[in-house]
Design a protein around this ligand. Structure first.
Ligand SMILES: Cc1cc2nc3c(=O)[nH]c(=O)nc-3n(C[C@H](O)[C@H](O)[C@H](O)COP(=O)(O)O)c2cc1C
Length: 378
């Protein structure tokens, strides 16, 4: 890998190494990508207050996230098809997160299964759940997450229907997948990636394969999955999930104050202010613009997490100042994974940690828990 100084370097390295269809899948937002762009642009608009001559020799980046000690105010967000950025991608990302002392979230749509990851890592991780039409399957999935000793269930609530990403259609990342000649040629030109995928434990949706009857090949599994997203999903289903999952619950994908208030009344441990990384409702506000109102309305009742557009430690500082207790990162670590597997994810986390540390020092902040609105300026 050439010299890596920032998340953008990891992005460029991933672009060189990962076949276009999978790189684009990670990169893109839905439709005109307005919300995707707004996530980054609005973060950059939040100006930090430079303070000088404050003794900041001793700095402390650790915190707690839903009561669990974390060495940084960060968690790895659930990412579907992580194992297509790098073979065994979910296991590698989980190991990097645990080595850095932060939570990892396994997606329902992962390549490695819950059991694969549980066997390969030492400590509990979080499991992200999509509630699908087949409630029997979902009940079994929740039981599997409990059996694997997952320490939190992250229930994603912003995907009742799927937003469209144009590039996925052009690249044949459709359901069922199209095998296009251009993709085959492209994949053949990425030997390190191809080798890592060949060596990986699995090549399909690990949590679903073998658990949905009659759905053994990728095509029928993909068709099943597509027909399973459930537009009838409602707050009643959140209650249903709570009844099945005795542990900590996180509601991910809240962008509106009214929804946040309902989320706070469910007894969940945390909510994540998120627009799914600009991949669902295009035209929705950026996550950072929605955060302060939500934190004001419910911050005292429920822990507020944040995601959407975090590419630097300064971005983490901005989100914490505007009311989040911690941030989830998505693409920032996916780029690291695509660039160089576990080492790349570790590098992404280390970059964000170092940048956060410097940004704290230059805003006169010594401890993560002291970050507040006072460090924001016009
Ligand atoms: C490639 C990709 C796949 C994703 N898959 C899931 C998923 O399976 N479940 C989920 O809850 N969110 C998923 N998300 C959303 C992320 O968890 C997170 O909300 C988003 O990436 C945050 O924005 P950021 O990428 O700008 O950090 C995905 C995002 C990306 C980029």
């Amino acid at each position: 890998m050439s010299t890596i100084t920032c998340i953008e370097d990891l992005r460029l390295a991933a672009r060189r190494r990962v076949p276009r269809a999978f790189f684009d899948y990670a990169e893109a937002g839905s439709y005109g990508q307005e919300t995707l762009r707004a996530n980054r642009e609005d973060l950059a608009r939040v100006k930090l207050r430079q303070r000088v001559l404050v003794d900041v020799a001793e700095r402390e980046l650790s915190t707690t996230i839903i009561g669990e000690p974390a060495r940084l105010p960060l968690a790895l967000a659930p990412i579907g098809l992580c194992g297509m950025q790098h073979g065994d991608g979910e296991i590698l990302a989980c190991r990097a997160a645990q080595a850095a002392g932060i939570p990892f979230t396994l997606s329902t749509m992962s390549i490695c299964s819950i059991e694969d990851v549980a066997q390969a890592v030492e400590r509990p991780f979080w499991f992200q759940l999509y509630v699908m039409r087949d409630r029997g399957f979902i009940r079994a999935l929740i039981e599997r997450a409990a059996a694997a000793r997952c320490s939190a269930l992250v229930l994603t609530v912003d995907l009742q229907v799927l937003g469209q990403r144009h590039c996925d259609i052009r690249n044949g990342m459709t359901v069922p997948p199209q095998i296009k000649l251009a993709n085959i040629i492209d994949m053949a030109s990425k030997p390190a990636w191809a080798l890592s995928i060949l060596r990986g434990k699995r090549k399909t949706f690990g949590n679903l394969a073998g658990h949905v009857r009659g759905m053994e090949d990728v095509t029928s599994l993909a068709q099943w999955t597509n027909s399973q997203f459930d537009p009838t999903l409602s707050w009643k289903d959140v209650e249903w999930v709570r009844g099945l999952w005795p542990g900590k619950l996180i509601l991910k994908g809240i962008l509106d104050v009214e929804d946040a208030k309902i989320a706070a009344s469910t007894g969940a441990s945390a909510l994540v202010v998120s627009n799914h990384g600009g991949r669902q409702l295009d035209g929705a506000p950026s996550s950072i613009s929605a955060l302060p109102k939500i934190a004001d309305a419910v911050g005292a009742e429920i822990e507020v997490m944040f995601d959407g557009g975090i590419r630097s430690g300064a971005d983490v500082l901005r989100a914490l100042a505007l009311g989040a207790r911690s941030c989830m990162i998505g693409r920032s670590y996916v780029y690291g994974l695509g660039a160089s597997g576990e080492e790349g994810v570790a590098t992404a986390i280390a970059i964000l940690a170092r940048e956060l540390d410097v940004a704290m020092a230059l805003t006169g902040i010594k401890r993560v828990r002291d970050i507040d609105l006072g460090i924001i300026t016009q």
